[in-house]
Design a protein around this ligand. Structure first.
Ligand SMILES: [Zn+2]
Ligand SMILES: [Zn+2]
Length: 142
């Protein structure tokens, strides 16, 4: 089965063949914090399994890495969505950003990395009321 994903604005879309892989990895490193908000959620796959089907991702070589080897980071040049990263320290490996996957809900958290630099996240007590939307923003177009 072919799986699919896309950026927020739809300018970039991709697909890949990796049916049984749903092992999610959360990364709390300071790079992911700056690129996202507090962490990144990744699915490790192989570069050769992923095909861009729409648009062309923008990329840059990140040399500020622990390994000393660059990580090529791909994102949408229009909306800024992170798409995937390819670490030179692990040739052929690609970390897809789970948020862009059309079947993201199938991904299960199996590992956390860089936990020592994690930003303390707010706990979510069961009795707290969770809102499905940010109600205040829904009265007008956002
Ligand atoms: Zn986009
Ligand atoms: Zn990270």
């Amino acid at each position: 089965m072919t799986r699919t994903g896309h950026c927020h604005c739809g300018a970039v879309a991709y697909e890949w063949d990796d049916d049984t892989n749903n092992n999610g990895i959360v990364c709390y490193c300071t790079t992911c914090q700056r690129l996202g908000s507090s962490e990144s959620y990744n699915l490790q796959t192989e570069q050769k399994l992923v095909r861009t089907t729409k648009g062309t991702p923008t990329s840059y070589e990140d040399h500020n890495t622990d390994s000393g080897k660059p990580v090529t980071r791909y994102f949408c040049g229009t909306c800024g969505s992170t798409l995937w990263s390819d670490p030179a320290s692990a040739p052929g490996v690609r970390f897809l950003k789970v948020g862009g996957l059309d079947d993201a809900k199938n991904v299960k958290l199996v590992a956390e990395i860089y936990v020592d630099t994690a930003i303390p996240l707010l706990p979510r007590p069961k009795e707290a009321s969770g809102h499905k939307k940010f109600e205040g923003m829904m009265t007008k177009e956002v």
